[in-house]
Design a protein around this ligand. Sequence first.
Ligand code: ATR
Length: 286
Amino acid sequence: MSDNSDPVNTPLANIPLAGVLGWPVAHSRSPRLHGHWLKRYGIAGHYVPLPVRPEHLAEALRSLPKLGFVGVNVTIPHKEAVLALADVVTDRAALIGAANTLILRTDGKIHADNTDGYGFIANLRQNAPNWRPDSGPAAVIGAGGAARAVVASLLDAGVPEVRIANRTRIRAEQIRSEFGARVVVYDWGQAANMLEGIATVVNATSLGMEGKGALRVPLDALSPGTLATDLVYTPLDTPFLIEARRRGCQTVDGLGMLLHQAAPGFERWFGQRPEVDDQLRAVVLA
Ligand code: ATR
């Protein structure tokens, strides 16, 4: 190859880059997760943390394709703001009101998707293969951004009814008005009552996380065999999951949701469907 060859066509210029946009972003486990897959599949690519202040988000996004980025994950506080900056927003991202995965297309357009709900369901399918979404109502505790993704995915999976209780009731009411009549809102003080006769229960609040308060919803009404899952994964085994298991429920921890939500982005950017397995769990937990 001669020295004046087009630099765009040199192998180095073709190494795809991806990353996670957040502020702050140092705590993110995504670089370790994607880094493991890149190594495992022998892909010449890089995945880096991208600390970007909210006021620089638009400018940073516009620059990424010029720097060789093929896509990014988006985390707090940018998940809602990127919707207004994207050229194409998937229906599920629009419904959830947030995006966590961007594809920077070769035509320069930004495609925004939300894979949190996909990750949530894929985690249950992998770790509770006997779980049937249509076997009964589901109860979701919480109505924040993560809860919206969970509710959308449960409805999509065929759950007949989704009951929601949230400290700030209006956020649950908002989900009901946007997601439709299969959503039923319970008062926060009545959250224990919504657990009667359900097949699935999800803690989608941050309660139970290390350093946060305890989830105080009594679980007496849970029947054995109900599937209980928590979006909190620090600790992996939350007091909510321990109590649910004591009552005979099947439990699935929240780490798998983080792992599975990453897979569609990795596949789109790097052309390889990655596997979520125990080795990946160990790497992310290390
Ligand atoms: P995320 O994107 O992780 O869902 P979020 O949108 O801030 O984050 O939502 C956090 C969820 O945890 C909300 O349901 C929140 O309840 P509010 O809507 O009332 O804020 C819930 N949450 C956090 N701290 C709580 C607490 N001390 N008691 C009850 N609910 C709490």
